[in-house]
Design a protein around this ligand. Structure first.
Ligand code: FAD
Length: 508
């Protein structure tokens, strides 16, 4: 940084890119820092377009929407969204298996001991049944039910959270309207040149294809896989994680809705990857994520098309990616948010969550001047942690399997995994313990869902369980199971609830 420039104030943020990441960032900045007088400009190019996939989310998105003042009914109508209580995983542990990773608890802890520990002692006993029977969101998914959770913490109906499944092409325009209302200036144009400060290497201004120049103090690179500023200009570097997650392609196609509107996403494992099925109000989103090392594009496409439940609505679209993350997500005066910062396959719907984390950490650490090495270091440390935790959780799905029916599964089952994951697996295998992360995804019930869903049953259980008489535990399990079943049956039908919400939105 030039000596005279050392204290250059941050008054103007330029966001480059108008996909989900760009408009979420602009909306977040405008809502939280607009009132401080911060000027925000977003540049996007209709000629380049957006990636246009990314339809399943995590419950954190509700917090984002609430924080920036989005009305839920309006949002659901504008993005053709449905509610999501979890993800169903089909054929992962073994072919024919199905389990749900719910956004909620399994049972209730007792005397500080996790519920699954009590369940483990009697697992296999038909009167106790599967762990799924003790999770309200799992039962609700299976029954096609949805209603917002109860705010009464004593109610079993308060033991879950929910997310959304929405049309990716409708979400960014919705965020755009929100951001523009709060003062964000949008410029249409393609960035064709970038001027860097000779000494600091910071970005000074951008040149658009019509000759306009846009100067700024801080730049947010939301240019998707292009990584226009963070990589093409600043060469921040990339940590390639394909050795653990070899999927590098996807083919996507929408189809007409068929059957009931389910409140969950489905991820079905195939011979060298998996396919998603995301039910929206007006159609179903489908895609097949696979490794080109093990499967050809044609085979991947055939598998996807063969599995469609309704009439195809467009031609299949192929996408290529390299799993990993930018070595520095914040470098000099450029912060990379969205696909420009990295990509982890959408198996657990984590990309939009990572966008949110990028935005909220940037807001929290928002610097006064360019000269902010400690903020940059903290931002990068935080985001590295977020990406690594998601990476480990994704690897778990591929590694914790008994599948041996293809070269791909033999590779995934036997490959070395990061130590951070190995340690967690060993701990769980011994006595069913999962250590809670202080920060980052995922919470303990998520790990339990996937580990047990993929047939990793601990060898033992927490010794405190034996302090409670067996009859008492059995009685409690039976009572809770019945209670969960009854509570789920009392919930609204998902489609009916959506219908009522739409009526409310129209009336408003
Ligand atoms: P893009 O949508 O690609 O936007 C890039 C923007 O930059 C565009 O506006 C473009 O015009 C602009 N731009 C680029 N270059 C220039 C230039 N030179 N000048 C001006 N403008 C420029 N995420 C989830 O959370 N859930 C999912 O279920 C999910 N599924 C996915 C499935 C697949 C196959 C893939 C690939 C991704 C998926 N994602 C998912 C990720 C999700 O799609 C992205 O995180 C999200 O769409 C954000 O994309 P983006 O805004 O970073 O990039």
């Amino acid at each position: 940084m030039a000596a005279g420039d050392a204290a250059k104030s941050i008054n103007h943020v330029v966001v480059v890119g108008g996909g989900t990441a760009g408009w979420m960032t602009a909306a977040g900045l405008a809502s939280m820092l607009g009132p401080t007088g911060l000027q925000i400009t977003l540049i996007e190019s209709e000629a380049i377009g957006v990636v246009g996939v990314g339809e399943a989310t995590l419950p954190h998105i509700k917090l984002f929407n609430d924080t920036i003042g989005v009305d839920e009914a309006e949002f659901m109508a504008a993005t053709s969204a449905t509610f999501k209580l979890g993800i169903e995983f089909v054929n992962w542990g073994r072919k024919g298996d199905s389990y749900i990773h719910p956004f909620g608890e399994f049972g209730l802890p007792n005397e500080g001991v996790a519920f699954h520990q009590y369940w483990r002692k009697f697992a296999g006993d038909p009167s106790v049944g599967p762990l799924d029977d003790y999770s309200l969101p799992v039962i609700a998914c299976r029954k096609g039910k949805f209603q917002p959770p109860s705010e009464d913490p004593r109610s079993v109906l308060s033991t879950y959270r929910y997310a959304y499944q929405f049309d990716a092409l409708q979400y960014a325009p919705f965020m755009r309207a929100h951001a523009e209302k709060r003062g964000v200036t949008r410029l249409e144009g393609k960035v064709v040149d970038v001027a860097l400060d000779g000494e600091s290497g910071c970005v000074e201004s951008l040149k658009l294809d019509d000759g306009r120049e846009v100067a700024g103090d801080l730049f947010v690179d939301c240019t998707g896989f292009f990584g226009l500023l963070i990589e093409k200009q600043l060469q921040a570097g990339y940590d390639d994680w394909s050795e653990y997650l070899p999927a590098d392609r996807a083919v996507a196609v929408p189809c007409k809705s068929a059957g009931p509107l389910l409140p969950y996403t489905r991820a079905t494992a195939h011979s060298a990857g998996w396919s998603w099925r995301i039910p929206l109000q007006h159609r179903t989103g489908n895609g097949h994520v696979y490794s080109s090392q093990f499967l050809s594009d044609d085979e991947a496409c055939d598998t996807l098309l063969d599995g469609l439940e309704g009439e195809r609505l467009a031609d299949p679209r192929f996408l290529k990616f390299v799993t990993g993350k930018r070595r520095k997500l914040w470098d000099r005066n450029v912060v990379a948010i969205g696909l420009s910062g990295g990509f982890l396959e959408p198996l657990e719907s984590t990309s939009i969550y990572l966008i949110q984390e990028g935005i909220s950490k940037l807001l929290e650490l928002f610097p006064e001047t360019h000269d902010c090495p400690v903020e940059i270091e903290e931002y990068n440390r935080w985001m590295d942690l977020q990406f690594e935790r998601v990476r480990d959780f994704l690897i778990l799905h591929y590694h914790a399997t008994e599948r041996d029916d293809s070269e791909f599964w033999n590779h995934m089952r036997t490959m070395p995994v990061p130590d951070s994951l190995n340690e967690r697996l060993e701990l769980f295998r011994a006595h069913g313990h999962v250590s809670a992360y202080e920060h980052g995804l995922f919470l303990i019930p998520s790990w339990i869902a996937v580990l047990i869903g993929q047939r990793i049953l601990p060898n033992g259980y927490d010794s405190r369980v034996d302090g409670v008489p067996d009859d008492q535990v059995r009685g409690h399990l039976a009572g809770l199971r019945g209670h969960m079943e009854k509570a789920a049956a009392s919930m609204d039908d998902h489609a009916a609830y959506l219908g009522r919400l739409a009526t409310m939105s129209n009336a408003a």
